[in-house]
Design a protein around this ligand. Structure first.
Ligand SMILES: *Cc1c(COP(=O)(O)O)cnc(C)c1O
Length: 448
């Protein structure tokens, strides 16, 4: 990008094997103190990060194709965000919005009302994490409808707290032995074009789901449907066109609150401000976090005023929710996203990467599917010529990429999906270098 400046050289450069000696030392210290239940995809300790690079404690410069899971879209040390944070911490770090409020919170609510889909009257509440936003969206839907049942989907990921574990589909590692889970959650089939029967349309997939909801729960007992418009953790599954609009129409007819979980897809990631924009979905409530504040912890729900304002005063909140430093970071992040037209940047990244991956897919027989949108792309790896998932190959590819200095994340119910979530400020040369490394890793793993 010509209009962006970087503090660190935007180059992949390795000075030790990975992980280097200082990272290994830190891993030893970590094992003695940090709980084993916390994993790290990449055992390389960060010293600095900017644009599309992460510099580790051994001085290696790695290409970041993960953005800390779709968080640092504007870069991990964006200068405008850093300046806004410095300015705010120089005045106050916290008062608690529920004690003495401040303008930053209101400003973020105004921004979200303007940015999120739909021009209806909206209300916003701020939180610290995506899971907390999801929990609160469900709380609001239940109170507003007086109903209990919540519909979630196969392959869904909504977080790690008790209610959000119940909403999340995958047992290992998110739920295993952590039960009992919250009741009144019903799991329904998703539209998954690569694995659905050939020719199943989005409308038909939605009808399959709706018919199960009506049989198993009854439309008038459902408080909310919660869905990721493009599933994240579950494998970057893009439902067939027509699936989301059909579900939403049914929800509207049945007084069911339609919650779009855009924690991962939001804020320019998919080439629109929100993934819902693509099919003009206007959710009743939208949950947001990750990309919202340039790496500072902030989450939000924005929804119909008539739903949100049903909740009694004091019913929603939290000590840190809408922290003033995080709010200042969010305002600066959104300004950066507008100034540099990040949705367009995400579409450009998507075009560049899709072309490269498509060329590779014509060459090897282990790529089952390439999908996603904008800066949220995935490759589903399979055993040659089949649709059978190949998680071992996927691990090999990710390990090879890391050895070469490219940070790549995996995901998917079957653990066979490589996902690309580069910072949207990554420059073309660096992205191309990262994609070349990925392509070489897939080629060599496919031949082995
Ligand atoms: C990451 C994620 C969450 C949970 O967010 P946390 O901040 O980790 O609690 C919820 N929903 C989706 C779609 C996510 O990708």
């Amino acid at each position: 990008m010509t209009d962006l400046t970087y503090r660190l050289p935007q180059k992949r450069h390795l000075v030790t094997p990975l992980p280097g000696p200082r990272s290994q030392e830190l891993t030893t210290r970590r094992r003695a103190t940090v709980a084993a239940g916390v994993g790290s995809s990449v055992p390389v300790y960060t010293a600095d990060a900017d644009g599309g690079v992460i510099v580790d404690v051994d001085g290696n410069s790695l290409i970041d194709l993960g953005s800390g899971i779709a968080v640092t879209s504007v870069g991990a040390s964006n200068s405008a965000v850093a300046e806004a944070v410095r300015e705010q911490v120089g005045h106050f770090t916290h008062t608690c919005f529920m004690v003495t409020p401040y303008e930053g919170y209101v400003r973020v609510a105004e921004e979200l009302a303007a940015l999120t889909p739909g021009d209806h009257e909206k209300r916003t509440v701020l939180f610290n994490s995506g899971a907390e936003a999801v929990e609160n969206a469900v709380k609001v839907a239940r109170l507003a409808t007086g109903r209990n049942a919540v519909v979630a989907f196969d392959h869904a990921y909504h977080g790690r707290t008790n209610l959000t574990m119940a909403l999340t589909a995958k047992n290992m590692p998110y739920k295993h032995n952590f039960g009992p889970f919250a009741p009144e959650i019903y799991r329904m089939p998703m539209s998954y074009p690569f694995r659905d029967a050939d020719g199943l349309t989005g409308e038909q997939a939605a009808q399959r789901t709706i018919s199960q909801i009506e049989k198993q729960i009854g439309g008038d007992a459902v408080a909310a449907i919660i869905i990721e418009p493009i599933q994240g953790e579950g494998g970057f599954i893009v439902p067939a066109r027509g699936f989301l609009p059909t579900l939403q129409a049914w929800a509207n007819e049945n007084g069911v609150v339609f919650i779009a979980d855009e924690v991962q897809t939001g804020f320019a990631r998919t080439g629109d401000w929100f993934a819902c924009n693509d099919e003009d979905i206007v959710p009743d409530i939208i949950t947001m976090a990750k990309g919202i504040a340039g790496g500072m912890p902030l989450a939000a729900i924005t929804g119909r005023a008539d739903l949100l304002d049903k909740v009694h005063a004091g019913g929603l909140g939290g000590t840190y929710g809408g922290n003033p430093v995080a709010c200042a970071a969010a305002v600066a992040t959104l300004e950066e996203m507008r100034a540099h037209d990040m949705p367009a940047r995400a579409r450009h990244i998507g075009d560049l990467a899709t072309t490269a991956l498509q060329t590779l897919a014509d060459e090897v027989d282990v790529i089952g599917d390439i999908r996603g949108r904008g800066g949220m792309l995935a490759i589903e790896l399979v055993r040659p010529g089949t649709t059978e998932p190949d998680p071992e190959l996927t691990k090999k590819v990710a390990a090879q990429c890391l050895a070469e200095g490219v940070i790549i994340l995996t995901c998917g119910t079957y653990g066979n999906v490589i996902r690309l979530l580069p910072p949207l400020v990554i420059d073309d040369d660096l992205l191309t270098d990262g994609l070349d490394v990925l392509a070489a890793a897939i080629r060599s793993a496919a031949q082995a």
